[in-house]
Design a protein around this ligand. Sequence first.
Ligand SMILES: *Cc1c(COP(=O)(O)O)cnc(C)c1O
Length: 366
Amino acid sequence: MLRRLAEPVLHHRSPDFAEVFVLAQERLRRVFRTENEVLVFTSSGTGAFESAIVNLLSPGERVVAVSQGEFGERWQAMARAFACEVVPLAYPWGEAPRPQHLRDALAESGAQTAIVVHSETSTGVVCDLEPLLAVCREAGALSVVDAVSSLGAVPLETDVWGADVVVTGSQKALMTPPGLAFAAVSDHAWERSESATLPRFYFDWARHRRAQSKRSTPFTPPTSTVVALVEALGIVLEDGLEAAFARHRALGRACRAGIKAIGLELYSPDDDSAAVLTGALTPEGVDAIELRLALRDRHGITVAGGHGELVSRLFRIGHIGHVTIDDLAEALTAVEVELREAGAVVEVGHAVAAAFEAFGSVAPAG
Ligand SMILES: *Cc1c(COP(=O)(O)O)cnc(C)c1O
C-alpha cells in the first residue's frame, strides 16, 4: 500500500480525487460500522478529538472526562484549555472505568457530555465500552469516544452500541501513514453542534459536512495519504474486520506468552482484552530506557516506553495494524538478547517458542 504513495499526486479538486475520497468515506463507514457521516480531517488523532470538543461544547459547560491513563488526561486538559468545566472521573493508570461510576458522575454533575478512551495506549487496557455507552444513553448524555488505537483492532460497533462521536487516526490499526483523522458523528451530536458555542474554524464540522456532500474537503487534504487509506481499508475489509480482531487477539496472546516465557512481569492485563499492545516490566536492575535504545539501535525495533515511576521499568510492545507473528517473534528474541546483554538471567529462544505456540493458526495480515 505504501507503493501508492509514489504515484503522481492527485489534485484535490480533480474528479479523480473526488472518486477516491468518496470511496474512502464509504470504507470508513464500514470500518466504523456506522451509517453516520464520517468526517475526514487533515490532522493527527488529537485534531479530530479537538473537533469534537469545539463542536459539541460551550464555554463553562460541564463535561465528564474519564481517564485511566495518558490519553484520558490529555482530553481533560484539552477540555479545560477550551474553558469547559471538567468533571474528572480519574482512575489510576492501568485500571478500567466502571459503568456505575460513570452513571454517578453524570447524575451528580448534570453534565450532558462524557468523554471515554476505548483503548488506553499508555497502559494497554481496552475498556468494556458497550456498557459505558449504555450509561450515557440512559442519562441522555452525548458520548465522545477516543478510538484511536482501537478502531480496526478490537470490536467497536458505533451504531449498535450507540456511540455519538467516535474518533480515530490513520496511523494505528488503519495501517496508513500519519496525517488523517476521522470523526463519526451521530444525529444527536449534529443537533448539539448547532447550539454549542465554542469558537471553531478549521475543525468546524458543518464546514466539513458541506464540503463532503460535494465530494470534497474544505481545505487541502493530503491526497496521496487518502489514496493509501483507501488501499489499506480495502485490505482490512477484504479479509474482514472479524479476521482483524482475531489476528490482534492472537498476537496479544503470543506476545503475553513470550513475555512470560522470558520470565518478565506483565503490566497490561493478562487476557484477550489486551489485543492492542503488551506492556511488560524489565527485571530488577535492568533499565527499560536502555533496553529500548538497544532494541532500536542494534535491532531496528521500536518499542514504546513507560511513564512516571514506571519509566525505568515499563516497555510496551505494540501489535496493532500491520504486525505479523514473525515481527513479534523477532522483537521478543531481541528482548531476550538485550536482557541477557544487560546481565539478566535469560535464555534466548524460549519466547519465540511460546509465542508461536500461543499464536496458533491465524491467517496472516493480507
Ligand atoms: C495515538 C493516540 C492518540 C492520538 O495521537 P495523535 O498523535 O494525535 O494521532 C489518541 N488517543 C490514543 C488512545 C492514542 O493511542
